[in-house]
Design a protein around this ligand. Structure first.
Ligand code: M6R
Length: 606
């Protein structure tokens, strides 16, 4: 996590740095800081909390300097306070850092023995002192090369020097970093999004590389300090506008945008006139793939779980699902006939990116389902299937989830058809249902009043459970995650059939339990499991779909009926009330819905 910006210009840079930091807040928002170089001295201002706090500081408002670096932090080492905020500076050097230095304790010991004094609890400060130490005997390039070689772990760095009025160094290992080119000024940013308001000409650093940014040109070096050439890419110059419109929160807006997300995805891949799905330039023949492994984190992992059910239903492929942080360190059996699919909204999640890099190093087939198409995961995958849901600002993923599962469903349908696992008539029927889905989601969105009342019970409880079977199980997990991250209420997602193997012991009088029981093949089984929790005092919120058949159960506390469609598409509809439950529950508690505590939108540390 954390965000970096650096600007080397002819004019004062502090206002532009603050503006870019605001854009980077999705990467971390527990503290922020800025350092500029003016008249041979480094001026540094840092503050706890949001960039707004930093901006209000009168010193920042009057800050001069035509070269500077800024940072938003998501704490890894040390409390989220102004001392641990970045930049960290010595007399000569100021550094901003994303990532984690794993050997910081050892390095600190060495540096203290050399007389260096530390001010913060961070791992980053060792980088400052190491460069300062190396500068005693080396020139800038050599001191950077030497310093980077001593660091274990991951980093993206922005560095300025007291006696270098025209130089910012950027360095990358593990954490993404981009260089931008402007008129008479150049930039450093932790992603192109941060730079987009200033330029659309970008170079991405690869692992092990560093760069020297001057006002009028940029040079790139490999890990041995040898100059290399890099390409300048021209990105789309359109800047998306981000405002909440009439909504109180981005999350509320993003939930309501879901019908559009689905329409966009369907328009992109479904060939309505030929009743087909087009996945242009898919690089592999179907007989080259006999299994699929889906990898992601958090909500994206739940998308992978969802897709497992669909791939098993619609194809005869073997399907595996993995959490990226587990996959990257396990002794995996890599197989040439496996398609590895990486699912990520941001495309920058460190663990997912590391899992992709691992698969690439083994020369596996790699495909990504991402929202940010300029991201590291999208750039480095062999094939990309974009979600096209527009920027998602709320930390809690909503429209990206529906966007991800839509693309995965489409991929499963198409592979099922191509492999002849799925009959044409059935494919056509599913395609027809799919085209109707955006309207059904739209209708399902109008359940606010009921959900608002229900959310109070969840807020008053010690904890809650979300149960489902089959297609509904991954949605139960996602519903529980949403409630946890927004309302800070303990919520567990569980396969309904597993309750009696332990978790049933948690059920006590009045405990709210969400049961997802759509009228599918699992309906009767789930209803039986629901009875088991009702019998033990649970207050059950049953979420099912509309049907002419009566609900075959008594003593249900509340029922929500979503619209009706084919069983495999019901997960889209079941998701909506769960997103709204989490939203209203957090709203009632007065929490910061778009920026929940301790979290960040893009998790760029492992
Ligand atoms: O950007 P990604 O989709 O790779 O992010 C993965 C998770 O960090 C993310 O889904 C997270 O779990 C969300 N905050 C959930 O709402």
């Amino acid at each position: 996590m954390c965000g970096i910006i650096g600007i080397n210009s002819n004019k004062s840079v502090s206002a532009s740095i603050i503006n870019s930091l605001k854009k980077l807040e999705y990467r971390g928002y527990d503290s922020a800081g800025i350092a500029t170089l003016h008249a041979g001295s480094i001026n540094e201002v840092k503050s706890e909390g949001r960039v707004d706090n930093l901006e209000k500081n009168s010193v920042v408002q009057n800050m001069v300097g035509t070269i500077g670096i800024g940072h938003v932090r998501w704490a890894t080492h040390g409390l989220p306070n102004s001392i641990n905020a970045h930049p960290h500076s010595s007399q000569n050097v100021s550094v901003v850092h994303n990532g984690i230095i794993e050997n910081s304790t050892l390095l600190k010991k060495f540096l203290v023995s050399k007389g260096h004094k530390f001010k913060s609890q961070t791992d980053t400060e060792v980088i400052v002192h190491l460069i300062t130490e190396n500068l005693k005997t080396e020139n800038i390039i050599n001191s950077i090369t030497k310093t980077l070689k001593s660091l274990h772990g991951s980093f993206a760095l922005g560095i300025i020097f007291k006696d270098q009025p025209d130089l910012i160094i950027g360095a990358r290992r593990g954490s993404p970093l981009a260089v931008g080119y402007g008129p008479n000024e150049n930039y450093l940013g932790s992603d192109s999004y941060a730079l987009k308001s200033m330029t659309n000409k970008i170079t991405y650093l690869s692992d092990g590389e560093f760069c020297v940014i001057k006002k009028d040109h940029v040079e790139f070096f490999n890990e041995d300090g040898i100059k290399i050439n890099k390409k300048v890419l021209e990105l789309s110059s359109e800047e998306e506008k981000h405002d909440k419109g009439d909504y109180k929160h981005f999350m509320a807006k993003e939930i309501e945008e879901q019908p559009t997300t689905l329409k966009n995805g369907i328009k992109e891949y479904v060939d309505a006139s030929n009743n087909d799905i087009n996945i242009f330039n898919f690089p592999w023949k179907t007989n080259e793939i006999s299994s699929i492994t889906l990898i992601g984190c958090g909500t994206a992992y739940h998308s992978c779980m969802m897709a497992k059910y669909w791939f098993e239903e619609l194809t005869t492929l073997n399907v595996n699902v993995d959490i990226a942080s587990e996959f990257r360190y396990r002794k995996n059996r890599f197989k040439k006939d496996t398609l590895y699919v990486f699912v990520s909204q941001s495309g920058e999640t460190a663990d997912t990116y590391a899992a992709l890099s691992l698969c690439k190093s083994k020369e596996m087939k790699t495909c990504s389902v991402v929202n940010v198409i300029e991201s590291s995961i999208a750039r480095d995958s062999e094939f990309v299937m974009p979600i096209h849901c527009g920027t998602e600002i709320g930390v809690a993923s909503t429209k990206a989830f529906l966007g991800q599962i839509l693309i995965l469903y489409i991929l499963a349908l198409k592979l099922g058809l191509l492999r002849k696992d799925l009959k044409r008539e059935l494919f056509n029927k599913k395609l027809k249902d799919l085209k109707e889905l955006p309207d059904l989601v739209q209708q399902t969105l109008s359940i606010d009043n009921k959900i608002q009342t229900i959310s109070k019970t969840f807020n008053d409880a010690k904890g809650s459970m979300f149960l489902g079977r089959g297609f509904s199980y991954p949605i139960a997990l996602e519903g529980a995650l949403k409630l946890k991250e927004l309302s800070y209420i303990h919520a567990e997602g569980y396969p309904a059939g597993e309750m009696k193997h332990g978790p049933l012991a948690l059920i006590e009088e009045g405990m709210p339990v969400v049961v997802l029981a759509p009228r599918d093949d699992y309906y009767k089984k789930t209803i039986s499991n629901m009875q088991e929790v009702i019998a033990r005092g649970a207050k059950v919120l049953l979420i099912t779909n509309k049907s002419k058949d009566e609900i075959i159960s008594e003593n249900i506390w509340e029922t929500i009926e979503v619209e009706t469609t084919g069983a495999d598409l019901l997960p889209f509809l079941l998701t909506v009330p769960l997103q709204k439950l989490a939203y209203y529950s957090a709203l009632k508690k007065g929490y910061d819905i778009d920026k929940p505590r301790n979290l960040a939108k893009s998790v760029t540390v492992e």
